[in-house]
Design a protein around this ligand. Structure first.
Ligand code: MG
Length: 445
């Protein structure tokens, strides 16, 4: 007789048979959206019904990290599955930068293309704007978007940004500049049109869509239907339009019969830009924001929906990070991983399938080329203290490292290093070992 216990064991041992073969994958990445900025993560006034529905119909992660607290390295880590120091993309690129994604890196679209996927990118790239670095040179079949941040323009806008040193902001289609200084209040709508075109046009083979929103990075703009509507002001308007865009994607997947054959992930590149005041977001309970290795700089909202594969309404406390998506997508696509390079992510498909609660992970907090903190289980050790430092602020190296139990104390208020010298020593040793083992690539600036 099959007892409840043996049935559970059978389930746990079963292969991930529920996953359709080669599902479509949509990765949606917001810019500077904080952990606390969505309704389903507790924001009281920003209305995000579509993202809340993603959480209700899929999985909501509460311990998910970006591998960097600013734009460029966060995106490099997502697409390479590696800490940014390995690709050399450790700092924000500017219109004056000459660097970008090295040809030696194998990134998600290249892996999925090898498994027969159509690959499309919409939105903010920020991994090199010169022709050789654009998405179409790194595995994407098509591209529509801004090559870097929307504040890198001569035009000043709401919330800051802009300056006469910048060239006109280019809008790029594939590898051509099709406009300069586009109307930013129409960007989310135009990005969404391109994304929907990809979904509608991919009936013959599976697709990977990487949709990296420009907002809610400053300067803030929202379309006419959203401007002035959110109780949270212009920041809320911009986030609510991103939420609308997610709703359009979910609706189009349903209309085209691809709803149950598509994994949709939503997350953000780094924490909120707090010095921007009302034009910046909220990290919820977490300390500090963008540019900082406190939790608010790197812990992100993260939602994953894949009906029939991911259990509905599950809140996962599994410890994960953006570098996990590359091996996870490869696993779901049946694509072999490239060999000969160190990958820092791990396959999270058993967690997504509800068959694993995750494992104890060691995660390192880098800021640019500086290793500043480590987390293992509930414990996080800092060797420096730093505030939101973009533009750069003072960083103080601590004489004595500070230890926090970030599960009990997500706001990192209580340094308990004195009570746990053994844990401090263990975590310091892990940092030392990681620092010594990591292969730092030449900087891409
Ligand atoms: Mg950002």
């Amino acid at each position: 007789m099959l007892t409840r216990r043996s049935f559970t064991q059978l389930l746990a041992a079963a292969p991930l048979a529920a996953a359709p073969r080669r599902p479509n994958i949509v990765m949606i990445y917001a810019d500077d959206l904080g952990y606390g900025d969505l309704g389903c993560y507790g924001h009281p006034t920003i209305r995000t019904p579509n993202l809340d529905r993603m959480a209700a119909e899929g999985m909501k992660f509460t311990e998910w990290y970006s591998a960097a607290p600013v734009c460029t390295p966060s995106r490099a880590a997502l697409l390479t599955g590696r800490y940014p120091v390995r690709s050399g993309l450790t700092r924000v690129l500017f219109p004056s930068s000459n660097g970008g994604m090295p040809d030696s890196e194998v990134i998600i679209p290249q892996i999925l293309k090898g498994a027969g996927y159509r690959t499309a990118m919409v939105g903010k790239w920020h991994l090199g704007h010169l022709p050789r670095y654009l998405p179409v040179k790194h595995g994407f079949d098509s591209y529509f978007g801004l090559p870097y941040s929307n504040d890198m323009t001569p035009t000043r806008g709401p919330g800051g940004g802009g300056g006469p040193k910048n060239p006109p902001l280019p809008l790029i289609q594939d590898d051509k500049v099709i406009e300069t200084e586009p109307d930013q209040s129409r960007l989310t709508e135009r990005y969404t049109e391109h994304a929907l075109k990809t979904i509608r046009g991919s009936k013959d083979k599976p697709f990977f869509l990487y949709f990296a929103h420009t907002f809610p990075h400053v300067p803030l703009y929202a379309g006419a239907r959203f401007r002035g509507k959110s109780p949270r002001g212009l920041y809320g308007d911009a986030v609510e339009e991103v939420d609308w865009s997610v709703g359009q994607i979910l609706a189009t997947l349903k209309q085209t019969g691809q709803d149950r054959n598509t994994l949709v992930v939503f997350s953000s590149d780094n924490g909120p830009w707090l010095p921007r005041g009302e034009y910046g977001g909220s990290a919820g309970l977490h300390r500090e924001g963008k540019g900082s290795t406190w939790e608010g700089g790197m812990k992100e909202p993260c939602l994953a929906r894949f009906p029939g594969f991911i259990p509905a309404g599950k809140v996962s406390t599994a410890h994960g990070n953006m570098m996990d998506w590359l091996p996870t997508f490869a696993k779901l696509a049946g694509a072999p991983l490239h060999t000969g390079v160190a990958l820092d992510g791990q396959d999270m498909s058993p967690v997504l399938a509800g068959r694993s609660e995750g494992s104890e992970r060691v995660f390192f907090y880098w800021n640019a080329d500086d290793l500043r903190a480590v987390r293992k289980g509930p414990w996080k050790l800092h060797t420096v203290t730093n505030t939101t430092e973009f533009p750069p602020a003072k960083v103080t190296r601590l004489d004595q490292p500070a230890l926090y139990n970030v599960l009990n104390d997500p706001s990192e208020k209580y340094d308990v290093a004195a009570a746990h010298p053994d844990i401090v020593a263990e975590l310091l040793a892990l940092m030392k070992e990681h620092q010594a083992a990591i292969q730092q690539a030449p900087k891409q600036r």
